[in-house]
Design a protein. Structure first.
Lengths: 189, 249
């Protein structure tokens, strides 16, 4: 949650913090791709950075959605970002920026159940959720759908129908099923 | 996206084109949950309890529920609603004694509007958020500007000291002090929010509690147009507060 965003800039080619050679034609989602991670305090607002990050304005400077040019981590895989660097409660949005500044936005879905299950007092916020590719037109629907899914899974935990590990697996399965052909990133657990 | 059920022309002559109460309840509940605007037309009674009490007998009325918590009850006359609740109220729906009911509640002061439909002619829901999302108005940063320009919107005597102040749990939106010198953490949301926002604010308050000197008192205030009922309960459980403020139009 939050309106904060974490932004992953592909290091290859002309990305701002890299001296690597040109690789603009490479698959931007390749598993071995490396990224630098930056924060934006307001960039989660309505996935605004999709419209404000470009080759001319890589950090959306001079907009209210500006990205901090100082990276919080460098040379990460997408899986590293999802597992070790993204706080799924603190951040509302995640962005992947390709070498040619094509921006892909993701919903950050936190799997913490402390608000939904009396049996859960505390949940991790890092490495504890999923990323689902966002289509800004239905972003409210996705958030509402996921809120409902968590409520149901939380109730099942309280009724001992699901253990906590199974609850996480159920949420991950539901997200992947619902996402269909959208991109999904689930941290290794 | 717009969803509508029922047919006004058929309903107006008393035919049985009306919606069953369960369908109306489910449709309105889903729309309220995702922050859609809702209109319901049908024959209903209206009861208001709060600083006064009033009852409207059965009549054909239009009920409008807005995502910011506003509720309006209109008849076929006049430009003003015959009853209403202000922004920041909470909408809840149920079915009781075969009637679809809309309950709109605010807590300070404690006021409740209960609309019970003996017949629902039409329910329509409207997603009116996309247009605002795609423009640059009404964003969190605008809400921050609004709070910084007029801190009394949070509460009288609130003094902002920093924005985006770092805590071990991450940067908080607005950090300040109340009139009694207590630390206040303000979390801003431009849309109706659910329970995770309460959990998020709780983490910032806990982080500052650990960070500041032992006898420092830290308050957490969530500023948003409205919150879900579940979020409201969680805020209360964690001793956090909610203030209804919408981004500038």
């Amino acid at each position: 949650m939050g309106h904060r965003a974490l932004v992953a800039y592909r290091r290859d080619a002309d990305s701002p913090d890299s001296d690597a050679g040109s690789d603009a034609d490479a698959d931007p989602a390749a598993e071995d791709a490396r990224y630098d991670l930056h924060r934006s305090h307001w960039g989660g607002a309505g996935f605004a950075l999709v419209d404000h990050v470009s080759a001319e304005t890589p950090y959306a400077t001079d907009t209210q959605f500006a990205v901090d040019p100082d990276p919080v981590a460098t040379d990460c895989s997408l899986a590293d970002a999802a597992s070790d660097h993204l706080d799924y409660l603190h951040h509302e949005a995640f962005y992947r920026v390709s070498p040619d500044y094509e921006v892909t936005a993701y919903h950050v879905l936190w799997f913490g159940l402390e608000a939904d299950a009396d049996a859960v007092d505390h949940s991790e916020t890092v490495g504890h959720g999923a990323l689902v590719e966002a289509h800004p037109r239905d972003s409210d629907y996705v958030r509402g759908w996921f809120r409902g899914a968590k409520e149901v899974v939380g109730e099942m935990v309280d009724r001992d129908a699901l253990g906590r590990a199974d609850a996480l697996g159920t949420l991950a399965d539901r997200v992947e099923t619902w996402a269909d052909d959208r991109g999904v990133v689930v941290p290794d657990r | 996206m717009t969803l509508a059920d029922g047919d006004g022309s058929e309903a107006s002559d008393g035919s049985d084109a009306s919606l069953d109460p369960e369908t109306a309840r489910d449709r309105v509940a889903a729309a309220v949950e995702v922050g859609d605007m809702v209109t319901v037309f049908g024959r209903c009674t209206v009861e208001y309890e709060g600083r006064a009490a009033s009852t409207l007998g059965p009549g054909d009325r239009l009920v409008v529920l807005k995502p910011d918590g506003t509720a309006l009850v209109h008849t076929d006359e006049g430009q003003k609603p015959v009853n209403w609740q202000p922004p920041g109220s909470t909408h809840a729906v149920d079915v009781s004694d075969g009637q679809f009911r809309v309950r709109s509640r605010r807590t300070a002061p404690d006021e409740q509007l209960l609309v019970a439909f003996e017949r629902v002619d039409r329910v329509a829901t409207f997603d009116v958020t996309d247009r605002r999302d795609r423009s640059l108005t009404g964003t969190e940063a605008d809400l921050r500007r609004r709070i910084l320009d007029d801190p009394d919107l949070v509460e009288p005597g609130f003094e902002p000291l920093a924005t985006e102040r770092e805590t071990p749990a991450g940067a908080v939106d607005v950090y300040g002090e109340d009139a009694r010198g207590r630390t206040v953490v303000v979390e801003l949301k431009r849309k109706r929010v659910g329970p995770d926002a309460a959990g998020q604010l709780a983490r910032y308050v806990e982080a500052l509690d650990r960070d500041l000197h032992a006898d420092a008192e830290v308050r957490g205030v969530l500023v948003a147009p409205s919150v879900t009922e579940r979020a409201r309960r969680l805020l209360a459980e964690k001793g956090l507060e909610f203030v209804s403020v919408a981004p500038p139009a």
